[in-house]
Design a protein around this ligand. Structure first.
Ligand code: SAM
Length: 231
């Protein structure tokens, strides 16, 4: 359950220094208060329902200059990813690796625009979301008309939504919702063949590995966010 979760009232309230101290170093101001220096960088990649963090851990060194945030609703799973990243940072302290990834406990179905500014993100990943098979549970799916509008709000024009699932019915559901939304254009396989992120979704997510072991299918679909229409 998520009712004890606190959300910032606006993205300006997000304290990114706790997540990315290398990029948002704190300084002690003259009055003795800790002050966070602004960083040129901001989080650009969100992994919705990141689970155990396989995707962001794998992307950390493939996109070393990009700040990436895993978002996960389960407390213990979030804590596991926090510990995983902390250990990787210590292990690779000399090279300064893994400073660009972090995790946030959040219900991504709520308040996404309180966390990210409009157009802040360049990539959103939705990897192996919970299928919620029964029709009466479909409202719990993390793709819906309302949520597509929120993804379009936080994603910049030209940004990409990546989805993967082993459940064909859910793949069709996600495809229908993004296809129907006026701000998303489906990408062709050809457009994605050199995109390292697609391979990472397939092979480096914990669910992707599980599906591989069980010889399951993996359905990938991605959309590019359009420019806002001119009024
Ligand atoms: N993406 C990971 C992967 O591919 O290995 C994990 C997939 S797992 C099947 C789905 C994850 O989404 C679970 O860890 C679950 O707790 C999380 N989740 C479900 N609903 C969520 C929500 N509303 N907000 C954040 N995380 C959520």
């Amino acid at each position: 359950s998520d009712h004890q979760l606190a959300y910032p009232s606006s993205p300006k309230e997000m304290v990114w220094a706790n997540h990315f101290p290398k990029y948002f170093p704190s300084a002690i101001a003259a009055d003795g208060d800790a002050e966070t220096k602004p960083s040129g960088k901001q989080v650009e990649v969100a992994d919705i329902g990141c689970g155990f963090g396989g995707l962001i851990v794998s992307l950390a060194q493939k996109l070393p200059d990009t700040l990436m945030l895993g978002m996960e609703i389960r407390t213990q799973v979030t804590e596991y990813v926090e510990e995983r990243i902390k250990a990787l940072r210590i292990q690779h302290e000399a090279e300064g690796h893994y400073q660009n990834i972090s995790v946030l406990r959040a219900n991504t179905m709520k308040f996404l625009p309180n966390i990210y500014e409009k157009f802040q993100l360049s990539k959103i990943f939705i990897c192996f979301p919970d299928p919620h098979f029964k029709a009466r549970k479909h409202k719990a799916r993390i793709v819906s008309p309302t949520l597509c509008a929120e993804y379009a709000y936080v994603l910049r024009p030209g940004g990409i939504v990546y989805t993967i699932t082993d459940v064909e019915d859910l793949h069709k559901w996600m495809a229908k919702h993004f296809d129907d939304h006026p701000l998303f254009d489906r990408l062709a396989e050809e457009d994605l063949k050199d995109d390292v992120c697609v391979e990472v979704m397939r092979t480096d997510t914990e669910e992707g590995k599980k599906v591989e072991r069980n010889n399951g299918s993996k359905f990938v679909a991605c959309w590019k966010r359009r420019e806002d229409p001119e009024w």
